[in-house]
Design a protein around this ligand. Structure first.
Ligand code: ATP
Ligand code: MG
Length: 429
């Protein structure tokens, strides 16, 4: 019997994990600057946390949920996205209280699960890095969140990016627009795709986002949300645009953009890339928006919120085309010659590690030649070699692997301050 990982999942092996850590650490450092703090919520939640918020007719709820009944007959779901769980935690932990400074700025990173047809950039277990900010309705925060998302992607060296922007307005705007869309689309009902026929009554805005070419042709002449905004929603969107302009952040308004989740309102955005990895097709890497009703939907007081989620696997697909210098070179390889040096070699690597260096040694009693080969393969900066005679005289040979030059040093010096010794060795060359 050979075991295989489940379809649509991936093993992140040692040769890949440095990239993951680089992405995660870059994000953490950026979020710290913007004063976002990490929250860690459970990977599974009650089914209702998502079914109530993502929208009964959304793909996520209807087709993609990894849900099951546990041994206590509770309806559980592996989280398909990060926002609903963070909002649930925000409410449960009462972060909305008057004593808490607003906005409450949070971020998360971790695995998400969706039952989808696996393909490049689309997995069943994938990872998101996301932020959620609560308690402020000011469009300035919308712009800060978008600026942060753009800065995050740029900090990975991504250049060819597109920020697509739209507004879904408030509840009144949306109701008026929904009716206008239904009025426009109903005469085309028979020509719509089967999915869109169903959406027409349940969630007509979704038709705007249809991947079906026939639908897209019909939608091209549909009324635009911008013509149905209330004065307040129009003002919110205008401020967002003005501030983006003032920050010099380029964007394209895409009035046909809707999001896959039903809880958004006002500002929504996607950051897309046409990197080689996506075959030249503009692909969404990061998506987000405002969700002013969501906290209430999950039982909290009226609290505005906004956030985004970034797909880590899609980001890594782009980074695969770029040269990242993530070499994790070894500082010192200790070459021990003969069984008698075993304990001293161990003491040496332990001392070096405690002094802050990365250190490695041989564990297989190999001959010096084999050990030096490994030291080169691991790109060791220095080797320290001890044999039985060195052991007796309390010395070792310190070799600078770059200059290929060697000197005799005392073991006591290594134990006392290897940094000093290495510095002296290098500057002498
Ligand atoms: P799509 O239209 O591609 O299905 P979505 O609207 O379902 O995307 P969101 O729920 O907004 O995606 O998730 C935010 C980001 O998470 C996406 O832009 C993408 O980068 C990533 N993502 C979503 N689903 C997957 C998946 N199955 N595998 C890998 N990454 C994903
Ligand atoms: Mg999807």
């Amino acid at each position: 019997m050979r075991y295989q990982r489940p379809k649509g999942t991936a093993d992140i092996m040692p040769d890949q994990s440095a990239k993951w850590q680089y992405v995660e650490q870059t994000a953490r450092a950026l979020f710290r600057k913007y004063r976002y703090q990490e929250v860690r919520t459970p990977i599974f939640e009650s089914f209702e946390v998502f079914s109530r918020t993502s929208g009964e007719t959304s793909d996520i709820v209807t087709k993609e949920m990894y849900d099951f009944y546990d041994k206590g007959d509770r309806h559980i779901t592996l989280r398909p996205e990060g926002t609903a769980g963070v909002v649930r935690a925000f409410v449960e932990n009462k972060l909305y209280g008057p004593e808490v400074t607003k906005p409450v700025k949070t971020y998360y990173m971790g695995p998400m699960f969706r039952y989808e047809r696996p393909q490049s950039g689309r997995l069943r277990e994938f990872h998101q890095i996301g932020v959620e900010a609560f308690g402020v309705d000011n469009p300035t925060l919308d712009v800060e969140v978008m600026a942060m998302a753009v800065e995050l992607l740029e900090s990975f060296g991504l250049t060819s990016l597109k920020l697509a922007l739209n507004t879904l307005g408030d509840a009144d705007s949306r109701a008026a627009y929904r009716q206008a869309l239904i009025d426009y689309l109903t005469p085309f009902k028979d020509q719509l795709s089967d999915d869109s026929k169903e959406r027409l009554t349940k969630n007509p805005l979704r038709i705007l986002d249809s991947k079906d070419e026939g639908d897209q042709a019909i939608v091209a002449n549909a009324p635009k949300i911008l013509d149905y905004l209330t004065a307040e929603a129009k003002e919110h969107f205008q401020v967002v645009r003005d501030l983006l302009d003032q920050l010099g952040i380029n964007y394209e308004i895409d009035t046909n953009m809707v999001r896959g989740l039903d809880y958004y309102n006002h500002t929504i955005f996607e950051i897309m890339s046409d990197a080689k990895a996506f075959g030249g097709k503009w692909t969404t890497v990061c998506a987000g928006g405002r969700y002013n009703g969501l906290v209430e939907q999950l039982g909290g007081p009226e609290t505005p919120g906004i956030g985004f989620g970034l797909g880590v696997e899609r980001l890594l697909l782009i980074l695969a085309d770029q040269d990242l210098d993530l070499e994790d070179n070894l500082d010192v390889y200790v070459v021990g010659i003969g069984q008698a040096t075993n304990a001293e070699s161990l003491k040496l690597v332990q001392s070096l590690r405690k002094q802050g260096f990365s250190a490695e040694r041989d564990y297989l009693n190999r001959k010096p030649k084999g050990q030096f080969k490994t030291a080169s393969k691991l790109n060791a900066r220095f080797t320290i070699t001890i044999g039985e005679s060195e052991l007796e005289s309390g010395t070792a040979n310190l070799k600078d692997m770059q200059a290929q030059s060697e000197i005799k040093v005392s073991l006591a010096e290594i134990y006392a301050d290897f940094a000093k010794l290495a510095q002296a060795k290098v500057s002498e060359e």
